[in-house]
Design a protein. Structure first.
Length: 298
């Protein structure tokens, strides 16, 4: 067995798009496979963009899903709650697990390219430019329970899965310029004001990004309906909300006694006085789905 599979984790974001273009230049499009982990919660423009780009580049696309849950909505219904900063099961269940399952089903060595940039956050500055995808499985300092640990170790006895982050030192402007220089455009959601793309919305969406959802009745109602469905099953008086307490000032949260805003309340808040600066948003930290396996949301 001497074959090496070239993989790019492609979410439809600008960084993963630049990474995919670079992989095609480096290895040849015929040798590249784009992997998209579908949460069932992306915007239709993202789905369309992903298919357009892989067709334009001529690379193979593999779409992964967790068949045990029905996407983001099914996961939330199963949890009877929503993911948050302390419980990011959306990334784990819908992206990490399907990716690991797929890798373990392959009988080839792999080079996995990820669109991670150091300038995105202080946390990402600490990342390695190159590493093993399963390095945590052989790190004795990692105490948390690892998914399919014995299967992973057995697979690693015969195979190698190396991670490369070829745009790690790039700025966001370099990413955009690179995409444009290759005759492509980034995901249309950026032009609508999104600073991230992927789940629509993400539980970590900033207020300015939520405006995009709030203006789109289809996607706004999807979140409201999911909140209502989950709360119809809850009888402890503690209502579940898509965003956590503190997302908007407490005085705008009227429905829940615990101060957690409903999605409808958040939508009303972000659309209120739209022409005024949103100071609350400017002080809100940019969060990201950081897990053991980075790059799945980038």
């Amino acid at each position: 067995m001497s074959k090496v599979k070239i993989i790019v984790q492609f979410s439809g974001s600008k960084d993963s798009q630049a990474c995919l273009i670079k992989a095609c230049e480096t290895y040849g499009a015929d040798k590249v496979t784009a992997i998209f982990c579908d949460t069932g919660w992306e915007h239709e423009l993202t789905y369309k963009h992903i298919h357009n780009i892989v067709n334009l580049l001529g690379v193979k696309l593999v779409i992964l899903k967790n068949n045990k849950v029905d996407g983001m909505a099914g996961l939330c219904r199963r949890m009877n709650w929503f993911p948050d900063a302390k419980n990011r099961m959306c990334t784990v269940q819908l992206k990490v697990y399907p990716m690991i399952d797929w890798i373990l089903a392959q009988d080839e060595h792999m080079i996995i390219l990820q669109g991670i940039r150091a300038k995105e956050s202080a946390e990402r500055v600490k990342f390695d430019v190159e590493c093993s995808y399963f390095k945590d499985y052989f790190d004795t300092s990692v105490k948390k329970r690892l998914y399919r640990k014995q299967d992973v170790r057995k697979w690693c006895n015969m195979h190698d899965a190396s991670v490369l982050r070829p745009i790690f030192s790039w700025s966001a402007q370099q990413v955009i310029d690179y995409i444009l220089s290759h005759g492509q455009r980034p995901n249309p959601l950026y032009e609508r004001g999104a600073s991230r793309v992927g789940c629509f919305p993400c539980i970590f969406a900033r207020l300015n990004e939520i405006k995009i959802v709030a203006r789109d009745e289809k996607y706004k109602q999807r979140v409201i309906d999911l909140e209502n469905t989950i709360n119809s099953k809850r009888d402890n008086g503690n209502e579940a909300t898509f965003f956590c307490k503190g997302k908007i000032p407490a005085r705008f949260c009227n429905q829940n006694s615990n101060g957690s805003p409903t999605f409808g309340e958040v939508s009303e808040y972000v659309l209120k006085d739209e022409n005024q600066p949103t100071l609350w948003d400017e002080t809100e930290p940019i969060m990201s789905c950081v897990s053991l396996y980075h790059g799945l949301c980038e």
